[in-house]
Every structure is written in structure tokens, then in C-alpha cells.
Design a protein around this ligand. Structure first.
Ligand code: SF4
Length: 301
């Protein structure tokens, strides 16, 4: 079973997951695979199957699979907020990819009526040189330590802890925090840096263009796959066979898409040339055979 905590008896490689189609409306889990695809102009350029249902944990491995297929890393990554984690941002940064990858709260931040919570650590003033925060009451929050945590992928994240000196009697205490003692905040500076970078990219002219295209890229492919072609479940058991199953589907899907996207006039002209060439070659062939017909007749006799 490896790192999984469930598996199907009919397909031991499949893991129980919540499906988008929940006909019973009871959150029932079913054996399946987490299929990740990459698309460009609605052509499937890469795919991979995972036993892990969390999309965030699949991105770096998926980008590696792109490299093993094309012998290079992709230059640009456009993905939704389900993929915006420190680990993924770091991976894309190290491999020089432009990460148009949203983080949680990105959509909320973009709303016209969005007003940031003045008590959240992201809204507090930070003095980088002396490494302290200033709370809404103007108190310095000094660094008191570091917190180390591990993601399910084994990635280590570090958050710095800052504490206010005296919260007793503060008039903003009830709105600021609920715990006892003086307020402590934890800030992951590396993640904040990547979020800022992603925000700048996503709100740039190029980023707006990419965000506009994202909803008509993989989503359209999934829509055509599931509803137009009724490919809602795999026809085989076992990861290898399911891989093959989807690979054939992806090839057929891309050929179909290519035929539809090809300029019909050009295609017609090419077909006519091919047809004329074919007819000419048949005539030449028949003409070539005719003078020797008697020879073959003699041979047959
Ligand atoms: S409760 Fe503490 S941290 Fe919050 S505003 Fe008051 S002094 Fe600052």
C-alpha cells in the first residue's frame, strides 16, 4: 500500500477518493486515480496519474514528468490556487520557470470590495533590517524563535515566530486574537516572498492573459473528455494499464483536435494535390503495365 491509507480490492493500485460526480450526495469515496494533465491550445501535452488526491503534492513530480517526456522543463506554468505552495514555488524558481500560479486568497484579494484584515500578519508593518513586526497598537513584536514543519512530501518549511510584549489591557485585544498571554504570530518569509512574486506576475499584462486562458485550457479539455466523449472512467485495472488507457485517449484526442484546428481550405487544397498525384501515378502505372501485358500473357501461357 506504500504511503496510501486505502486501496481497492479490484484494482490494488487505485486509492479511495472523493469524486466530483457524487450522485448519492453523501460524499462517498470511490477507487480512482488523481489524473493531472497539461495542455497547450487545448492539446494534451502531458499527463500523469497519482494515488495522492491532494493536487498541491503532485506539481513538482508532474513537472519532472514533463521533463522526462520532452527533455527540458517547461518555461511557463499556469495553475490555479490548488498548486500554490512554498514547495512548488521553490521548485519552479530553482528551475527558472515563470510561475503564474495562484495562492489561496488570491481571488479574494482581487475583489473590488476586498478590505484586508488589519490584524492579520500580512497587514502588519514589518521592519526587515531589524526583523520585527509592529502590531495595530504600535507595539513591537520581537522574534522569539523558529518553527519547523514537514509537508507530506517531506519538504521542510520554516516559520519565524514573533511575540508582542504586553497585550494586557489593550483595547483591541478582543478583535486581535483569542488565545491567552501575549499575541504570537508565525510568518513564513520565503512563502511570503513567493506569494508577492506570484501576485506581481498574475496581475501583470501577461498574467491577466494567462489567467484568462486558464479556464478555457485544461477545463475545456476535461469538459470535452468527460461530457462530449463520455470518458468518465478508465476501462482497465492497474496503474500501467490505466496509463496506457489514457495515453491512447490523449493521442486520439490530439489527432481529433488537430483535424478540427487545421485550416479546411488548405487541407482541401493539399488533399486535391494528393488525389491528383495519386490518379497520375495510377495512370502511369497502368500505362507502364499495358505494353508488357502481352509479355505477362505469354508468361501465363
Ligand atoms: S492585543 Fe497585543 S498584539 Fe493585538 S493590538 Fe493589542 S497590543 Fe497589539
Amino acid at each position: 500500500m506504500g504511503e496510501r491509507n486505502s486501496y481497492s480490492k479490484t484494482d490494488p493500485d487505485a486509492t479511495f477518493m472523493h469524486m466530483k460526480e457524487d450522485a448519492m450526495r453523501n460524499g462517498q469515496t470511490k477507487p480512482g486515480y488523481n489524473l493531472q494533465i497539461a495542455t497547450e491550445n487545448q492539446f494534451i501535452t502531458n499527463f500523469a496519474l497519482y494515488a495522492n488526491r491532494t493536487d498541491t503534492l503532485t506539481l513538482s513530480s508532474f513537472l519532472e514528468s514533463f521533463k522526462s517526456r520532452y527533455h527540458r522543463y517547461t518555461k511557463t506554468v499556469v495553475a490555479d490556487s490548488g498548486y500554490g505552495s512554498e514547495e512548488n514555488y521553490l521548485f519552479m524558481d530553482v528551475h527558472n520557470m515563470e510561475a503564474y500560479v495562484k495562492y489561496n486568497y488570491f481571488h479574494q484579494e482581487q475583489r473590488p470590495r476586498y478590505t484586508p484584515n488589519p490584524f492579520s500578519p500580512a497587514s502588519l508593518y514589518y521592519n526587515k533590517e531589524q526583523d520585527f513586526y509592529v502590531c495595530p497598537m504600535g507595539q513591537h513584536m520581537k522574534r522569539i524563535g523558529m518553527k519547523r514543519s514537514l509537508t507530506p512530501n517531506g519538504f521542510v518549511t520554516y516559520s519565524v515566530r514573533y511575540q508582542a510584549e504586553r497585550c494586557d489591557g489593550c483595547p483591541l485585544r478582543s478583535s486581535c486574537f483569542k488565545a491567552r498571554g501575549n499575541r504570537i504570530i508565525e510568518v513564513n518569509h520565503q512563502l511570503q516572498h513567493y506569494k508577492q512574486k506570484a501576485r506581481e506576475l498574475l496581475t501583470s499584462e501577461e498574467g491577466i492573459k494567462h489567467r484568462g486562458r486558464r479556464c478555457i485550457e485544461p477545463e475545456a479539455v476535461f469538459g470535452q473528455t468527460k461530457y462530449n466523449k463520455a470518458y468518465k472512467r478508465f476501462r482497465h485495472f492497474g496503474k500501467d494499464k490505466v496509463n496506457m488507457d489514457f495515453a491512447f485517449f490523449a493521442i486520439a484526442f490530439n489527432i481529433g483536435k488537430m483535424c478540427r484546428k487545421t485550416n479546411l481550405k488548405k487541407l482541401k487544397a493539399v488533399m486535391e494535390v494528393l488525389l491528383v498525384t495519386f490518379r497520375c501515378s495510377i495512370q502511369v502505372y497502368i500505362g507502364y503495365l499495358k505494353p508488357n501485358k502481352s509479355f505477362y500473357m505469354k508468361l501465363a501461357a
